[in-house]
Design a protein around this ligand. Structure first.
Ligand code: ASP
Ligand code: MG
Length: 410
């Protein structure tokens, strides 16, 4: 019997009518002879509403209590879906994160899964039940309820798939797959049939909101075949795997973008008043994610280091750096807001020089100023003014001919 893990996101379970539709879909998979674990998100915008309620009481609610609150969203869905499945004549059992044996580290609101005790799920499957598991949640070694970070249900699904050695993990969502760029904002964006884990990982990290980045990381580590597909139609979605079919002349596969980026600049009076590492170690200790880093030490000029962070982390980053000012040895800090990051991604870049140059040239011709650059083997990112974000994404999508479905090489 094939073991499958399927995950349905918030929009797919937004109402009880949606949940009935999901139940019918699950029934179909069970009738094909598959043994199913179904991971679900909270219904519709429930998580946002819960966050909003907490914020009505306090601007900075305790992260522990926020985790307890947010996990109730998924708990509602698992019970309703199990009831809907039972109504269709299936045996079904719901599991919260801790009931499913999902053990995480002790990091409220952004915990990583450390280990999954699969006995309870495996027992349910052996008894012919559908196991319905709450996404996005786990329990730490002190029995605190934890969450995996917004969008974390994808990660729950892939982690369970790896732990029970499932054949595949299918992520059902409200779009038909992974697109060359966000079709809501970029003209002629199209679905990509296949992507390598590495390309997807870059796209997910660079703001293509369709998958939680850690889910792709896990899929890659465990070589778990993973698909992203629509819960509203039968169309094949996007398949993620290690090696994908070569596409003729394809260098860039996708354009990702993300707003609300802040550039922080730290000024020193003299070079090396402290190790550069200490700034980033300090920030990392406080779970501040630093992205692009640019350091410049030029004779006769004030040495600086600039780096980008997300808007939500600005306040915390400034407080932490301020508290450690003396040990970090800097003079002052300033920051620039209203920035965005636009990136191009594709494994073909590794063997095709000149891609970054084409990108910069395109942006220059469009009159878009570039403030920071970062590259890896398979991506180039630029930080630009936020008001130019969609302009840049559309221009690059066209520059690299992404609207045209490439021929594949057999
Ligand atoms: N419900 C959570 C969120 O909205 C987790 C998820 O949907 O993946 O972030
Ligand atoms: Mg999601």
């Amino acid at each position: 019997m094939n073991k499958l893990v399927v995950k349905f996101g918030g929009t797919s379970v937004a109402t009880t009518a949606h949940i009935q539709r999901v139940a019918a879909r699950v029934l179909k998979e069970v009738e094909k002879g598959n043994s199913l674990v179904v991971v679900v998100s909270a219904m519709g915008k429930t998580t946002d509403q819960l966050v909003h309620m907490a914020n009505e009481l306090c601007a900075e609610p305790s992260k522990r209590e926020l985790d307890v609150l947010l996990t109730t969203g998924e708990q509602v869905t698992i019970s309703l879906l199990s009831i809907a499945l039972q109504k269709l004549g299936l045996k079904a059992q719901s599991f919260t994160g801790w009931q499913a044996g999902i053990h995480t580290e002790t990091v409220p609101s952004n915990a990583r899964i450390e280990q999954i005790d699969t006995q309870a799920i495996e027992r349910a499957l052996a008894e012919g039940k559908v196991a319905v598991v709450a996404g996005f949640q786990g329990v730490d070694s002190n029995d605190n309820i934890t969450t995996l970070g917004r969008g974390g249900s994808d990660t729950t699904a892939v982690a369970i798939a790896a732990a029970i050695q499932a054949q595949r993990c299918d992520i059902y969502t409200d779009v038909e797959g992974v697109y060359t760029s966000d079709p809501r904002y970029v003209k002629n964006a199209r679905k990509i049939p296949q992507l390598s884990y590495d390309e997807m990982l870059e796209l997910a990290h660079l703001g293509a909101g369709v998958l939680h980045p850690r889910s792709v990381e896990l899929a890659k580590n465990y070589e778990m075949p993973m698909s992203v597909r629509s819960s509203y139609c039968e169309e094949e979605g996007t398949m993620l795997k290690e090696e994908v079919q070569m596409e003729k002349d394809i260098v860039v596969r996708g354009v990702a973008f993300e707003g609300d980026i802040i550039r922080l600049t730290v000024y020193y009076e003299a070079p090396y008043t402290s190790s550069l590492a200490s700034i980033f170690t300090t920030l990392a200790k406080h779970h501040i994610n630093v992205d692009i880093i640019v350091q410049s030490v030029i004779p006769n000029m004030t040495p600086t280091v600039s780096f980008s962070v997300k808007k939500e982390q600005l306040k915390e980053a400034l407080i932490i750096l301020g508290e450690h000012k003396d040990t970090l040895g800097f003079d002052h800090i300033d920051h620039e807001a209203e920035l965005a990051k636009v990136s191009i991604v594709g494994s073909g870049m590794a063997s095709n020089p000149g891609v970054a140059a084409t990108m910069f040239d395109c942006l220059y011709k469009e009159g878009i100023p570039v403030k920071m650059v970062s590259t890896s083997e398979i991506k180039v990112s630029v930080v630009i003014p936020q008001e130019e974000m969609l302009h840049a994404a559309n221009a690059l999508h066209e520059q690299f001919d992404l609207s045209i479905l490439p021929e594949t090489i057999a």
